[in-house]
Structures are given as structure tokens and as C-alpha cells.
Design a protein around this ligand. Structure first.
Ligand code: OOG
Ligand code: NI
Length: 419
């Protein structure tokens, strides 16, 4: 009798990513029940939109859009960010873009990037992306020397990611996947790194940080990290907004990003609602454990449009600077894909106006707005000079890999035929 080798099939990078996204979604649904409602309403919106619009799938197949999510996570230190980069690389998610939310009209003390697949084939297989922010403790406009030292000390003592998980991630990245048993364990351990912890929160420390910034408290007030939100994609966000409001869920006042418009949808439109307060346990100064609540997580939904070129993005920023963008949009953008393509404002595969290249990234103004609209307390605007030295090359150095320029990726994608 020959020797019997038991082996489970190889699971490729993209499939690991799809499983990771799906498992996070399942976990987040148990943690934040309103998310499950949002996903159900999003699926209904998309079904109805596809039934009523012959070209509904011009911005992505209904299969891709239905499975599509973005997540948001927040970490405290360069070394935690570096672990995140190693972990996500195993899922084929690479850093794209540098977002400096300290510079937003409503500043948030973080710098961010988005981890996502970078080529069209991988995006079509599963486009999961995670907006990842790091607390800007080095920025003296938000943290004085004393607080910074105490925050850094607190953060240096915690371990967000099991070193074995990161070591496995590195090996899986090098191998381009792993076998089935290893995949199951790896995905489960990666997901649990982002579960909301039941550990009691140090009440005094959390309160002190909240006084500086609610985001600082969420990031550095606890010894673990968690997924902050998981966002489904819809084909008609105005319809979604109305349906959620009708269900009695209070949405934020506005849809962030470009206005509704008769011409091609561009970039990204997002809206959110505040999740209910979640039960958390607190440790008081005398050591007593008490039950309390925190409101840090929320529901968000988005609609994606065509990616704008640098020229298109300049137009976009100019239109958004108007006091009433919706009223003047037609002065900045043409109403057809043909004109968007011929004037070089947006990306199309091989220049074919029937084949938009979808925007895969984020918008700093919307991101800052999403952060703030869901906080209990605001941070003061940053004044004074920034001596922190945070910038895109700094981030690339910290995580030991290049941070892609989104325009380079869109240029490359546009040179290819539609997948
Ligand atoms: C990230 C906020 C940014 C988006 O969709 O623009 C974001 C966060 O709240 O951690 O997710
Ligand atoms: Ni988001």
C-alpha cells in the first residue's frame, strides 16, 4: 500500500482576504446589531436598483458590490502600525495613500492610510479595504510632553497582535497563501484581534484622554484594538438614507462627499448613524469594577463612483469649496461619461467611457467628518506648528514598505481592459 499523504488544499491570498472580510462581518454583526439591519437594507437597495436600472453594474458587478466592505481600525504606535501592515499583507492588502486628518477643517489627531488590494484582478476577486489610523502622539498641538510620555508608556506595555500571528502572516505572505487548516486558524486569530474586549477600562485614564480627544481615548485608553466600523456599499445612497430614516434610525445630517447629481457619480459618498451605547466594564480608582457604556462605534454606508484624475480632483476640491456645491456642480463637471473621458477628468479603462474605473480610496474631508460626527466631544482645532515629522515617507519607513500613490494605481488600471 502506498503512503497516504493527508493534505488540505492551498488557500490563495485572495480567498484568505474574502474569508477575513466575511468573518469580520459576522463578528461585527454580533457586536453591533444595527450593522445587520444596515446590511439587510443595503442589499434591498442594491437589488431594487439593479432591477430598475439597465446599466446598474457599470461600477461593479452586483456580486462584488454585495460582498464589498471597508473597515476602520485605529492603533497607537508606529510598531502597532507595522504589525498591521504585516498582517494585512497576508491578505493581499497593501498601504495606499497618506491621509493627514490633523489638517482637516475639523482636525482629528491621527495620520492614516488604507490597506487594500492594488490591482484590478485582485479588486474584482474581493475589494476588502481597511482605513487604518495611528494616533499622532508626537504632535505637540494635541499632546503636551507630559501626556505624550504617559500615553507612549501605556502603549509600549500593551501587545495588540500576538507575535505568532504576525510571524504566520509573514510566512503566508512569502508563500502566497497556506493550506486549509492553517487558513482557518489564521483567519480566526486575525479576526479575534479586532474583537471588542471585555477587559475593564481604567476609568480615570480613559476620562483624562477623553478630555484631550475622544479618539485618543478610544485608541490609547484601552489595552486592545477593535474594528470601529464595517461599511457596506450601496448603488443608491439617497435611497438607503431614506429607508434607514423610515426605520427610525437617526442618520447624521448629511451625506458626505459630492452632492447627488444627474451626471456620473464621482469618488465616494458616505453617511453614517451613531450606534447605540455599548456596555463596557470600568475599573475605578479604588479597584471596584462597575458597569457602564461607551459610544465609540457606529454604522456607515457608502456609494462609489468613477475615480477622478489629478485634474478632476482639482475640480472636485474647487467645487466642494463652494458654499453650496450642489448648486454649482454643473459649472465644474460635465453630465456624461463621454465628456468626463474626453476632458481627462476621470479614469476609464483604455479611455472607453462605458468602462469607468471605480474609486477605491477615501476622502480626507469625509473621513474627518465621519470621525467627528460620531464623537461625544470635539477636539480643539490645532494651532501652532507641527514638528512631528509625520508624512508619507515617514510612514513607509515605519512599515518597511512603500505606501502606494493612488494615482499611479489608477493610471495602471486605466491602461488595462475592463476586468
Ligand atoms: C475612520 C474614519 C474614516 C471613512 O470611511 O472615511 C473612514 C475611523 O473612524 O476610524 O472610515
Ligand atoms: Ni469608514
Amino acid at each position: 500500500m502506498g503512503r497516504c499523504v493527508v493534505s488540505t488544499p492551498h488557500v490563495e491570498t485572495w480567498e484568505l482576504r474574502a474569508r477575513f472580510a466575511a468573518a469580520l462581518s459576522t463578528m461585527y454583526g454580533t457586536e453591533v446589531p444595527a450593522y445587520t439591519t444596515l446590511v439587510e437594507v443595503s442589499e434591498a437597495v442594491n437589488r431594487d436598483f439593479v432591477a430598475n436600472h439597465p446599466h446598474a453594474q457599470r461600477l461593479g458587478s452586483i456580486e462584488r458590490v454585495t460582498a464589498e466592505r471597508h473597515g476602520a481600525i485605529r492603533v497607537g504606535t508606529p510598531s502597532e502600525l507595522s504589525d498591521v501592515a504585516d498582517l494585512f499583507a497576508a491578505f493581499g492588502m497593501h498601504p495606499v495613500g497618506f491621509y493627514d486628518l490633523r489638517e482637516a477643517a475639523s482636525p482629528v489627531p491621527v495620520v492614516s492610510t488604507a490597506f487594500r488590494p492594488v490591482d484590478a484582478t485582485e479588486l474584482a476577486r474581493n475589494p476588502f479595504r481597511v482605513f487604518t489610523s495611528m494616533l499622532a502622539t508626537r504632535d505637540g498641538r494635541f499632546f503636551d510632553t507630559d501626556l505624550r510620555a504617559r500615553v507612549d508608556e501605556f502603549l509600549s506595555k500593551r501587545v495588540l497582535f500576538d507575535p505568532q500571528l504576525i510571524a504566520d502572516a509573514r510566512r503566508i505572505t512569502a508563500d502566497g497563501g497556506c493550506d486549509g487548516d492553517a487558513a482557518q486558524s489564521f483567519v480566526a486569530r486575525a479576526v479575534s484581534a479586532f474583537a471588542l474586549s471585555r477587559e475593564p477600562v481604567d476609568q480615570a485614564w480613559y476620562a483624562e484622554l477623553t478630555a484631550v480627544s475622544a479618539v485618543a481615548a478610544d485608541i490609547a485608553g484601552v489595552t486592545t484594538t477593535h474594528i470601529n466600523h464595517l461599511t457596506p456599499r450601496v448603488l443608491d445612497i439617497d435611497d438607503l438614507y431614506r429607508r434607514m430614516s423610515r426605520r427610525g434610525i437617526t442618520m447624521i445630517d448629511a451625506i458626505q462627499g459630492p452632492p447627488r447629481w444627474v451626471g456620473p457619480d464621482v469618488l465616494l459618498r458616505q453617511t453614517s448613524f451613531r450606534a447605540l451605547a455599548e456596555p463596557r466594564r470600568f475599573r475605578e480608582a479604588n479597584g471596584t469594577i462597575t458597569d457602564g457604556t461607551l459610544r465609540v462605534r457606529f454604522g456607515e454606508v457608502e456609494a462609489r463612483g468613477v475615480a477622478l484624475t489629478r485634474k478632476g480632483r482639482e475640480r472636485y476640491d474647487a467645487a466642494m469649496a463652494s458654499s453650496d456645491p450642489a448648486a454649482v456642480w454643473g459649472e465644474y463637471f460635465p453630465t456624461s461619461d463621454d465628456e468626463m473621458a474626453s476632458t481627462g477628468l476621470a479614469y476609464y479603462h483604455r479611455g472607453d467611457p462605458k468602462a469607468p474605473v471605480v474609486y477605491e480610496d477615501f476622502l480626507p474631508a469625509s473621513a474627518a467628518g465621519i470621525f467627528r460626527s460620531n464623537l461625544d466631544a470635539d477636539t480643539e482645532a490645532a494651532t501652532g506648528t507641527d514638528e512631528s515629522g509625520y508624512h508619507i515617507e515617514w510612514m513607509a519607513g515605519v512599515i518597511g514598505r512603500p505606501v502606494h500613490d493612488p494615482y499611479d494605481l489608477y493610471d495602471a488600471t486605466a491602461r488595462e481592459a475592463n476586468a
